[in-house]
Every structure is written in structure tokens, then in C-alpha cells.
Design a protein around this ligand. Structure first.
Ligand code: SF4
Ligand code: MG
Length: 336
């Protein structure tokens, strides 16, 4: 079966006073129907920019999709006009933001906001749209939907607002939903509820999800596949079990080591990865992780590692895994 979404060698840059920032530098991944792909990485790694590119929301005054392709159900989305993007957004690709206030209009009743999308994209009458909205509010676990319909965003708690955000994203039954840190602003119990809700709705509606997060706990909870981003590139990707059990890239290994393990019975110390990501004004010619990698070799500084494939669509871009880098294993052993 063909994937619902195929992203190939996507590149996005921004113009700043300091020069051009290459925020996304050749990112590729795909999302299958009904599956969840998590894109993980530290802040500034390009994951949100990638998400914005998939929604046609790179601000044209400062940013630009420089290359690559985004194919959604076989249709190329790069190069769509503003109007064409508006038709895709909401009806085919839904969005859930970290702060639901980003998508909600503070001066409009929440019910009206959801209904508006249904009238615009689904050609519902006002009455139909209201009925459908009430059903949606119930579906996302908002009690007393009729009363909530008439309320403004500020009258709701953060968790409730995010439920409204989810209702809005799903209103027109998009095949793909992109959620950028949807639970980061919420406290832990509400986070778990929202994740559970997203999962339930996904199962009912068979929606594909791209989940942008820096939280590996969230990834373990909901994702089928994972793409790990670092400095504007995907350094490792694969099924969630493979990534957690058998990480191949030192950066992924570092990320996993920095997560507190709840199953360990006691609190384990977080091991932060030392150093900072490279400057994307002048990205390094070689491996972007080299400056922080304890396995770095000469070849890493000079040449960008290529992607190597392992079992079950697991891929990583690191010279340690590359048979072309001769003598690597001996070197690793010596250094340990
Ligand atoms: Fe480390 Fe080299 Fe692998 Fe980059 S390519 S992660 S520097 S070993
Ligand atoms: Mg972000």
C-alpha cells in the first residue's frame, strides 16, 4: 500500500539579518494510513519547521521551501498557491497546536468556530453544522456540549481548550492530523488524557498522525514509527520498538539515556547530552552531531554520513554503521 504522505529531501531556509538559516536540510519520511509517526528532537532541530512546511505555513516573507517534495495522496503539495493550501488545510490535513489559542479565535464562541469549518469545507447548513459540532464536542469528552458551544476560549481550562483544538482539527475528517507538541503546555494527568483521546479518535476515524514532540515518554505511548531529527536532518528512523530497543545513532542513544525510567523502580539520574547543536547559518560539512559525539572519527568531520538500513525499515545515518568506513569497529573497541 502506498503511504498517505511521502516527504522526500525537504529543505527549508529562513532569511535573517545574520544570513540564511538552513533549518531543514533534506528531510525524508513517510506516513502510512492510520499510523502515527513521531518526529522527535531537541528544540531548534527543525521538527516544527518541518511540520509547518507540511501545512503550507512557512511565512513567505522570511522563509522558503528550497527543495524536495511533499506528496500527499499522490499529489505534490510544494508550490501550491495560498488558496490551494487553504483548501488542503482543515479539510485534508488537520492541525493541533501546543497552545490551542493559536488556532482558536479569542473573540468567537468555540461552537461557532468549529461550525464555521464545517460550513466552509463540508458545505453544511448552519443547523447541520451546529448539530455536528455538538456531537464533536461530546466525542472529544467535553460535557454539557450545548452550554460549552456558547462559551469563549478563555472560559475553558487548558485541557478543555486542547479538546476543542482536537475537535476543530478533526471536524472535517482529515486523513492526516499534524500535532505540534499538543500536550507540552498541559500538566501530566491532563497530558495522559489528551494522548488517550487522540489515540481513541485515531482508531475510530483511521486518521494518520504526525506527532511533533521532544518527549520520548509521549513517543512510547502513541507512536508506531519514529523519526529522530538533529540539526535539520533525520538521523535515525524506524518502528518505535526498534528505536527504543536497538538505537543505532549515538544521538538517539543519548536521548534515550537522558529519559528517566519509570519502570526502574527508583528515580534514575538524567544524563544530559553535553554540548549544543551546530550553527545552522554554517552547517558542518560532516556529521552534524560530531562535536558532541564521543565516537566521532575523522571521517565524521569531513563527510556527511549516509543512511544505512537495518531490520524492518530501521535506518540511521552514522558512520559507525557504515561498512564503507573501514576499521571503525576496531577503533570503537580501542576507545571504549
Ligand atoms: Fe558520531 Fe560519527 Fe556517527 Fe556522527 S557519524 S554520530 S560523529 S560516530
Ligand atoms: Mg517547536
Amino acid at each position: 500500500m502506498k503511504p498517505l504522505l511521502e516527504v522526500d529531501q525537504l529543505r527549508v531556509s529562513f532569511r535573517t539579518y545574520g544570513g540564511e538559516v538552513q533549518a531543514v536540510r533534506g528531510v525524508s519520511f513517510s506516513v502510512k494510513e492510520g499510523a502515527t509517526l513521531a518526529i522527535v528532537g531537541e528544540s531548534g532541530c527543525g521538527k516544527s519547521v518541518t511540520a509547518r512546511a507540511l501545512m503550507g505555513m512557512i511565512p513567505p516573507r522570511t522563509g522558503q521551501v528550497k527543495g524536495g517534495s511533499i506528496r500527499f495522496r499522490g499529489r505534490e503539495l510544494t508550490g501550491l498557491t495560498k488558496l490551494e493550501w487553504q483548501q488542503v488545510r482543515g479539510s485534508q490535513i488537520g492541525m493541533i497546536f501546543q497552545d490551542p489559542m493559536t488556532s482558536l479565535n479569542p473573540t468567537m464562541k468555540i461552537g461557532q468556530q468549529i461550525a464555521e469549518g464545517l460550513i466552509k469545507h463540508r458545505k453544511h447548513t448552519k443547523t447541520e453544522a451546529k448539530e455536528e459540532t455538538l456531537k464533536l464536542l461530546e466525542r472529544v469528552g467535553i460535557p454539557e456540549a450545548a452550554r460549552r458551544f456558547e462559551q469563549y476560549p478563555h472560559e475553558l481550562s487548558g485541557g478543555m481548550r486542547q479538546r476543542v483544538g482536537i475537535a476543530m482539527a478533526l471536524a472535517c475528517q482529515p486523513q492526516l492530523v499534524i500535532a505540534d507538541e499538543p500536550t507540552t503546555a498541559l500538566d501530566v494527568t491532563i497530558q495522559a488524557q489528551i494522548l488517550r483521546l487522540m489515540k481513541e479518535l485515531q482508531e475510530q476515524l483511521h486518521t494518520s498522525i504526525i506527532l511533533i514532540t521532544h518527549d520520548l515518554g509521549v513517543v512510547a505511548e502513541v507512536a508506531d514509527h519514529v523519526a529522530v531529527m538533529y540539526a535539520g536532518v533525520v538521523v535515525e528512523s524506524g518502528p518505535v520498538g526498534e528505536i527504543f530497543d536497538n538505537p543505532r545513532h549515538p544521538y538517539t542513544q543519548g536521548l534515550l539515556q537522558s529519559v528517566p525510567r519509570l519502570d526502574a523502580g527508583k528515580k534514575e539520574r538524567l544524563i544530559p547530552i553535553e554540548g549544543t547543536p551546530p550553527d545552522l547559518f554554517r552547517p558542518p560539512a560532516g556529521c552534524p552531531f560530531a562535536a558532541r559525539c564521543r565516537f566521532a572519527m575523522e571521517i565524521c568531520l569531513e563527510h556527511m554520513p549516509q543512511s544505512n538500513s537495518f531490520f524492518n525499515q530501521h535506518e540511521a545515518s552514522c558512520w559507525l554503521n557504515d561498512p564503507r568506513a573501514r576499521g571503525v569497529e576496531a577503533w570503537m573497541v580501542a576507545r571504549r
